[in-house]
Design a protein. Structure first.
Length: 580
């Protein structure tokens, strides 16, 4: 080997190989091209693959050779096969160096159940060449990439994921369970996925999404060391068993994959996507593979809720949070059946007349006589998609209650309900909501829909179409929590909404400070110029209320006016307002 490429150029060679393996579905097309890239990129004389023939003998199946160089078939194939067969009794994969009169060879023997599965090799014309650990690692990674593609294309291994050729979850868990009693060093289970993967599928289609999944699979396979294993669970979710020395070392390894994928996300114009990982470090007392995997998954959910970190490690403090999360997930379905989720109503007031003109429906969870705060379960339900079911449970309870008030001849103001981002991808959302109104014989103007601003940031076009459909069916729509994320005032002109709800963060800063006054004033002014009514959330003081009124804000809600209250108290409030 005349010159070993730098790590950077070696990465570029592997990028090209990854692209070939991702693009081509025909084995005869991608393998010769991949062998050529390895040979030319690393200044080799030959790169080759040996496989078992129909008569169970090792034979040369693929080879790339530099011009004016002999084939390994001519001068050293027998030596290679003899050395491979001499190692057949060992169960582990082997990487060996062989010296011949025609140069130095580096051979990688991949085995399964003690039998040779595949042999790959490099040859350089330099005699007594000292192959480095780095070069051995490259050959091992290259071999595994190819073998996983063999599995994917041949489709013979029921334990392999059909899209990527990686292990399936069942086989991964079985292998982990088998290793646990005899582990002599520390390992970590890493559960990873793409935050925002749905955006990629929605933007570029599922075919592109599958191509990206195969690309990620190969990145993971490439980075795995000899005793490490990985699997694809489903969609964009992957699990790896990796060596663990310390947090810093593992972060460095995971950071490489994350950085490579950032480049890919930029290429597909989805820079908001990120590679998130939850890490569980295996303890010597752990003996349940699925519990270990579940712990890593729970940490991943925590990572996806964080904007500050792409990797989160399991620790004792997190254990308390995860214990709560497991409790919530174990009880959420029963909570609906038992009527534990209750609707509270918080009044909305007109700042000019100080009269109640509506309310917002908020969910409270009563469990064993205690309230579980929404901050402890809403994000979990968003992650596991239970929020969609809970939303419609709340919608029905609200419609049912409005119907009760109307039958009792209690004048009712419109009720605002929250719309989860999950509903954006539900084609029958509007139809189901209309069905509830029909069931309880309610006019559309009694229900107003609040959609959080982050839906617009990540899915602008889809969100606009979603709202346009709702408005076409007679619903009033509001942007909720405006200003809580990374809103740009510029996006307001694109949004076909009726109400802008200013997040309480607008009021957390002292409204007596001039710059804060200007921000509030000009946001309200811009919204009203676009024919939106403005409602301020989280109003807690008289000063805030008076300043908002001065700025032309239409409505407000917050503890200064009234706390969220149960149905009985809100019913009494409606009666009092009617009496006045």
């Amino acid at each position: 080997m005349q010159e070993t490429p730098s790590h950077k150029s070696a990465n570029l060679i592997f990028f090209d190989i990854l692209d070939i393996l991702t693009d081509d579905n025909e084995r005869h097309a991608f393998i010769p091209e991949a062998l050529k890239l390895m040979g030319e990129g690393f200044s080799l004389n030959n790169t080759f693959i040996l496989e078992k023939s129909n008569n169970n003998k090792l034979e040369l199946s693929y080879e790339w050779q530099r011009e004016d160089c002999c084939s390994v078939q001519c001068d050293c194939i027998e030596i290679i096969i003899k050395r491979c067969l001499s190692l057949v009794k060992t169960n582990k994969d082997s990487c060996i160096q062989i010296e011949t009169e025609h140069g130095s060879l580096l051979i990688y023997i991949l085995k399964k159940n003690g039998k040779i599965k595949c042999v790959t090799g490099f040859r350089t014309e330099q005699s007594n060449y000292k192959w480095t650990e780095y070069e051995s690692g490259l050959l091992r990674s290259f071999t595994k990439l190819l073998v996983y593609d063999f599995q994917r294309l041949q489709g013979k291994q029921i334990t392999a994921d059909p899209l990527t050729g990686m292990l399936c979850l069942t086989e991964f868990a079985h292998e982990l369970e088998k290793r646990l009693p005899s582990m002599t060093r520390r390992y970590a289970v890493v559960y990873s996925d793409i935050s925002g993967f749905k955006n990629i599928n929605n933007t570029h289609g599922y075919e592109y999404g599958d191509k990206l999944i195969k690309y990620i699979a190969r990145l993971i396979i490439w980075s795995n060391r000899i005793d490490e294993i990985s699997c694809r669970v489903t969609a964009d979710k992957f699990i790896s068993l990796l060596r663990y020395d310390d947090n810093e070392g593992l972060l460095k390894i995971l950071g490489k994959t994350s950085n490579l994928l950032k480049r890919k996300f930029l290429e597909c114009e989805n820079p908001e996507c990120s590679w998130k990982s939850g890490v569980y470090i295996i303890d010597k007392d752990d003996n349940d593979a699925m519990q270990i995997i579940d712990n890593a998954l729970a940490v991943l959910i925590t990572a996806k809720q964080s904007d500050n970190s792409d990797v989160v490690f399991y620790d004792k403090d997190l254990e308390l949070i995860l214990e709560k999360n497991r409790y919530i997930m174990a009880n959420m379905n029963k909570a609906i059946d038992n009527g534990e989720f209750q609707v509270y109503f918080q009044p909305l007031l007109d700042l000019n007349t100080n009269k109640m003109i509506g309310s917002e429906a908020l969910v409270r969870w009563y469990k064993d006589g205690k309230i579980i705060p929404p901050c402890e379960f809403i994000s979990i339900f968003e992650q596991n998609n239970f929020m969609s079911q809970l939303d419609f449970y709340i919608y029905e309870k609200v419609c049912q209650q409005i119907s009760i008030w109307l039958k009792a001849k209690i004048p009712v103001c419109p009720v605002s309900v929250n719309v989860s981002r999950l509903h954006l991808k539900e084609p029958d959302f509007c139809e189901r909501l209309l069905g509830l109104l029909e069931k309880y014989k309610l006019p559309h103007n009694y229900i107003e829909l609040e959609i959080t601003e982050n839906i617009f940031i990540n899915n602008m076009n889809d969100a606009i179409l979603f709202i346009q459909n709702l408005k076409a069916n007679g619903f009033m729509c509001a942007i909720d929590d405006f200003g809580s994320g990374f809103s740009s005032l510029n996006i307001l002109r694109y949004l076909p909404v009726d109400v802008l709800k200013l997040d309480k963060e607008f009021l957390n800063d002292d409204v007596s400070v001039h710059i804060n006054q200007q921000i509030v004033f000009h946001t309200i002014k811009l919204a009203k110029s676009l024919n939106m009514r403005v409602l301020a959330e989280g109003v807690e003081t008289l000063d805030q209320s008076q300043y908002l009124q001065k700025c032309g804000c239409d409505m407000a809600q917050g503890y200064f006016f009234a706390h969220p209250m149960p149905v009985s108290d809100f019913t009494n409030l409606l009666k009092e307002c009617n009496a006045v």
